[in-house]
Write a protein that binds this ligand. Structure first.
Ligand code: PLP
Length: 436
C-alpha cells in the first residue's frame, strides 16, 4: 500500500527531502509529519486539493478543520480582494473588527465580551490568565489528551503516557499548577478539585476532545462539570477552537446547552486566515480593560491581532453561516452521521473492529474499542490508522493520518458515499493483512 503511495507522490517526496534541509523535521507543524513522508500541496479549491504530483484529492482535513465553507469560497475571496485594496494591516482597530466581534457576541452564548488574537494557542494562554486573575486561584484542571495549542503550560498530558511535560525544554515547574484528568469521568474531575483544596481557577476542556480522539463529551458530564465548577468557586472554560461555529452557530456550548464562563475560539472565526479569540462573561473580561487601575489582568498583544484580512475573511464567513444556519448545520450533521455509520458498517463487513467517533461534521475512525477518553483512544491500533489514511490517499481521499476529519459545505452526499465505498475497499485490505 505504502509503495503505491510512494509511486503517486514522487514530487512530494523530493519536496520533503528539500524541506528537511530547511525546517526541523521537514514540517512547520508536528501534526503534519507522518511516515513515509507528507504530501505537499500546490493548490486547493472547494473540497479538493491538488498535490505537487498533480493528484486531485477530496480533502477531509480541510486546513485543520478551519475551512467549513471549503477552500477559497467566493464570498471570502471577494471580501479579501476588496480588503487588500484598502490596506492589509492598520495596527489599530477597524469597523470590520467591531463587526466581526459583534457577530461572535450574537452567536456564542458566553461571549459577553471578547478579545481577538492570532492563534488558538494565544487564546488558551489568555484564557488561563483570565481565569487565574479573576479567581485569584492557581490550578487549571485539564483533560488528558486535551490539546490547546503550543503554549507552554498547557502542553501537559496531551500524548501518552498523559503525564507531565510533552518534551524537553518545558519545565515541570511551569506546569506545577496544571492537572490532567480523564475525559468524560466526572469522579476524576471531582477528585482533582478536592485534592486542589480550594485552589482551582478553572476546569478547562474541549467539549469534543479533538486531537485526543475526536470524542464527544457526554451531556451529563458537561452539566456535572458546570455544577462542580460552581460548587468549588472555579470557572468552567471551554476550548472551542475546533467546535466553535462548527457544531452549531453557537458552538458546542449551544449544542450541549451548557454555558461556560470563558471560552477560546479560533479556526472558523478567521475564515481561513490566522485567528484566535478569548471570550466570556463581561465581569471577567472587563478585568482586561487597560483603563482599569486595580485588578488589571494583562492580556492582548499581537502586532497582527484584528488584522484587516482576517477580519474581512472572518466576517464574510460568519455572516454567511448565520444567514444560512438553518440549512448548513442540519446538512453537515446529516452528512456526518451518514459518514460515521457508513464507515463503521464498511469495516464491520470486513470483520475489522473499527469505530468512528465524532459529532456533527467531525469524525475519526478508531481501530479497536469505541473510546470515551484519550487513554482508550491511544490504546487503539495507530498503525492501522496510518495505513487506512495512506490507502485512502491512493484512492483520491485526503485524511491526515491519525487526525480527525471535518466536512465542509462543499462536501456532498455523493462525496460521503464515495468515502464509505473507498473505506470498504481499504477495510478489505486491512482485514486481509491482519489475517495473514
Ligand atoms: C482544541 C484546540 N485548541 C487550540 C488549538 C490551537 O490553535 P492554533 O493552532 O491556532 O494555535 C487547536 C489547534 O488545532 C485545537 O485543536
Amino acid at each position: 500500500m505504502a509503495s503505491s503511495y510512494e509511486t503517486l507522490t514522487r514530487r512530494s517526496r523530493d519536496l520533503f527531502r528539500r524541506a528537511r534541509g530547511v525546517f526541523a523535521g521537514g514540517v512547520n507543524h508536528n501534526a503534519r509529519w507522518y511516515e513515509p513522508y507528507p504530501i505537499f500541496v500546490e493548490r486547493a479549491e472547494g473540497n479538493h486539493i491538488w498535490d505537487a504530483d498533480g493528484n486531485r484529492l477530496t480533502d477531509y482535513w480541510m486546513g485543520h478543520m478551519a475551512l467549513i465553507l471549503g477552500h477559497s469560497p467566493r464570498i471570502v475571496a471577494e471580501s479579501l480582494r476588496m480588503q487588500i485594496g484598502k490596506g492589509t494591516l492598520f495596527g489599530v482597530g477597524s469597523r470590520r473588527s467591531v463587526e466581526l466581534g459583534e457577530e461572535v457576541q450574537r452567536s456564542v452564548p458566553c461571549a459577553e465580551r471578547l478579545r481577538f488574537c492570532n492563534t488558538g494557542a494565544e487564546a488558551t494562554m489568555y484564557l488561563v490568565r483570565l481565569a487565574r486573575g479573576f479567581t485569584s486561584k492557581r490550578v487549571v484542571i485539564k483533560m488528558s489528551g486535551g490539546w490547546h495549542g503550543y503554549n507552554t503550560e498547557l502542553n501537559a498530558g496531551v500524548h501518552p503516557p498523559f503525564y507531565g511535560p510533552e518534551g524537553a525544554g518545558i519545565l515541570g515547574e511551569e506546569q506545577a499548577h496544571v492537572r490532567a484528568v480523564r475525559f468524560n469521568d466526572l469522579d476524576a474531575a471531582r477528585r482533582a478539585v478536592r485534592a486542589s483544596k480550594g485552589d482551582v481557577a478553572c476546569i478547562f476542556l474541549e467539549p469534543v476532545l479533538g486531537a485526543g480522539g475526536c470524542i464527544p463529551a457526554d451531556g451529563d458530564y458537561l452539566r456535572g462539570l458546570r455544577e462542580l465548577a460552581d460548587e468549588s468557586g472555579a470557572l468552567l472554560a471551554f476550548d472551542e477552537v475546533i467546535t466553535g461555529f462548527r457544531l452549531s452557530l453557537g458552538g458546542a456550548q449551544s449544542w450541549y446547552k451548557v454555558t461556560p464562563d470563558l471560552a477560546a475560539l479560533g479556526k472558523i472565526v478567521g475564515g481561513g486566515l490566522p485567528v484566535g479569540l478569548v471570550c466570556g462573561r463581561k465581569e471577567i473580561l472587563s478585568r482586561a480593560d487597560p483603563s482599569r487601575r486595580e485588578g488589571f489582568i494583562s492580556i492582548g498583544g499581537g502586532t497582527f491581532s484584528e488584522n484587516p484580512l482576517t477580519m474581512a475573511a472572518g466576517l464574510a464567513t460568519l455572516q454567511h453561516l448565520r444567514r444560512n444556519a438553518a440549512t448548513i448545520y442540519p446538512k453537515l450533521d446529516a452528512l456526518g452521521r451518514e459518514l460515521r455509520s457508513g464507515v463503521d458498517s464498511a469495516f464491520a463487513e470486513s470483520s475489522v473492529e473499527a469505530h468512528t467517533t465524532g459529532a456533527g461534521s467531525l469524525f475519526l475512525t478508531h481501530f479497536g474499542v469505541l473510546p470515551v477518553n484519550a487513554e482508550e483512544a491511544a490504546s487503539g491500533m495507530r498503525g492501522s490508522a496510518t495505513r487506512y489514511a495512506l490507502a485512502m490517499m491512493t484512492r483520491g481521499v485526503f485524511l491526515l493520518p491519525g487526525h480527525a476529519g471535518g466536512l465542509s459545505t462543499c462536501h456532498t452526499r455523493g462525496d460521503v458515499t464515495e468515502f464509505v465505498e473507498k473505506s470498504g475497499e481499504v477495510a478489505g485490505l486491512l482485514s486481509a493483512r491482519s489475517s495473514k
